[in-house]
Structure formats: C-alpha cells, structure tokens
Design a protein around this ligand. Sequence first.
Ligand SMILES: [Zn+2]
Length: 313
Amino acid sequence: MHNISRRDFIRSTVVCGIGASVLSCQSNIRNSRQKKTRYIAAYDTESPDCLAACRKIVEVHRRFEMPATFFMLGRTLDANPAEYRELLDDPLFEIATHTYSHRMLRDNDFCGSAISLEEKRKEIFKGKDAVERVFERPCIGLRPGCGFDNALIGEPAVLELLRQAGIQYVSSLLWGPDYSLPAMLREPFNYKDEGFPEIWELPGHGWHENLLKDHNKWGPRRLTLWPSPFPEAIAGGFCKIPEDEFNINRVFLDRATESGKSFVSLIWHPWSLDKFDPDMKMLELTFAHVRRLGLEPCTYARLYESVSGVAKL
Ligand SMILES: [Zn+2]
C-alpha cells in the first residue's frame, strides 16, 4: 500500500526533475505518505557460537512478536542445518544469505581485498543455495561479509552475478563515508544507474555492534569521521554494559523516527550479542523502545516488497 504508483512516479519526476536526485525525492514523497518508520531487527549469523545465541534471540523475538531477518553464512548453516531449520522456520523470520564463507565481494579497507570473479560466483550461489536447501523457501536477499562504504556502485560484474542468482536485494551499504562508522541512516535505492534497476540496495545503519565492544580485538582504530556528521552517535569508549549499547541504539531509532526515514536497521551479530550480554537485556530494551516509538517492525524482504512494488500486501 506504500508503493509508488505510475502517476506518483510521473508527478515526482516532474517535481523533482530527471536525474540523480529523483530517487531521494521519490523517497521523500513516499515518506510523506508512509506514516510509520519501519524497524528491522537483523542478524549476521556467521560463526559456531551463533547457534546458542540464536536460541536466546529467538525467545526474545517470540515474546515481543518481533519479526527479524537472519543473514545466514552458508558454512554456518551447513554445520547445523537441522538445528537452524527447527529454530528459525517461523513466519516471523526471513532467512537471507550472508554469502557462503564471508569472503570479500569487493575491496574493503578493513576486511581485505576482493576475491576473483569465479570465487565471488561461488560465494553468492552456494550461499543462496544453502538457505534454500535447508529452509525450502526462496532466498531473495544477500548481505555480503563486512559490507562496503559505497554499496555495490561501480561493481557491475558482482551485480550481474546477483542477477543470475536471482538475488533481488542486497544489504551491502554498511559503512559511513570513507569507511567510517557509524553507517548513516541511508534510504533504499536501486541499481538502475549500473544497469540493474531490478536489484535494490537496502542498507544497514549504525555501528557493527561487535566493534563497539572490541570483540574483534582491533583496539583503537581510525573509525570515525571528522567533522562528524552525527556526533551524538559516537560513544566515548567501548560499551561496558547492555544499557550503554541501548543508549547508542536509541540515537538511531529516535533520529530515524524524527526525520521520517522509511526504515532503520542496526548491524547485529548473534555471537557478539551473546558474548557481551548473555541475558539479551539490550534486545529487550531496544524492542521496548521500538514499540514505544510506534515503529513498524518488519523484515528486509517486506521492505523490499514495499520499495520495489513487486508485491502488494
Ligand atoms: Zn559478517
């Protein structure tokens, strides 16, 4: 019901002019019509410790009736297929792919260099296949390992592989400008300028929460921009208690709501959440705040349906 009709498109084209600004202008028009900002809980599920963590996470989701998208690493899924199927096979959850083994689909300043095109093909196809084989339902979304600061702009070869695989959305914009954090509250866009108008980019926002807790053992790094476009979102140090993490989360939730963004989704990892907060207090605090703000919880697949207009729900 929030899709842009042809008439709205023509109107927005006239109002906004044809060019790079049309998409953002359309987003503004859509936002003015869509009253509620959506909230997506999403998990990059990628290590052996994620299974025990997901058991706790799923319990909180069922209690709050909160949907989620699980971006599953194929290798992780293949290690425990029956367990993950039993745990996550629920209409509340979307299962998407986090590639097969977390190798880089393009160069990333922190995570390393891109692999070859043939290896990228395997990461994409094997990752999607693992989800579809285990869950026996279509996998339409992919979040590449680590993500990038410029999404997949300028990577037509990767986009072509995604098209061939039948991937309909990617969530690859996971960093701020110049590989900084946090990732800004960027809106969805499609890859029409790269020749792939049918593939959508649905970014992730905020911090990679594992870095807020030094779980990668990176220590101090040059992660933030100066001057900062979003200084309130930069903590004074590593998180010590779940409330510290929640206080950062709420900066993004509040800002997205106040500024009428179409959605907000933070970048979470089950293994890291459990290591820091085994009682999952941060999840409870965050979901309660989502309800308090009146955000509309959904999955990335639902957001994709809404922005692309492929399904009318
Ligand atoms: Zn990952």
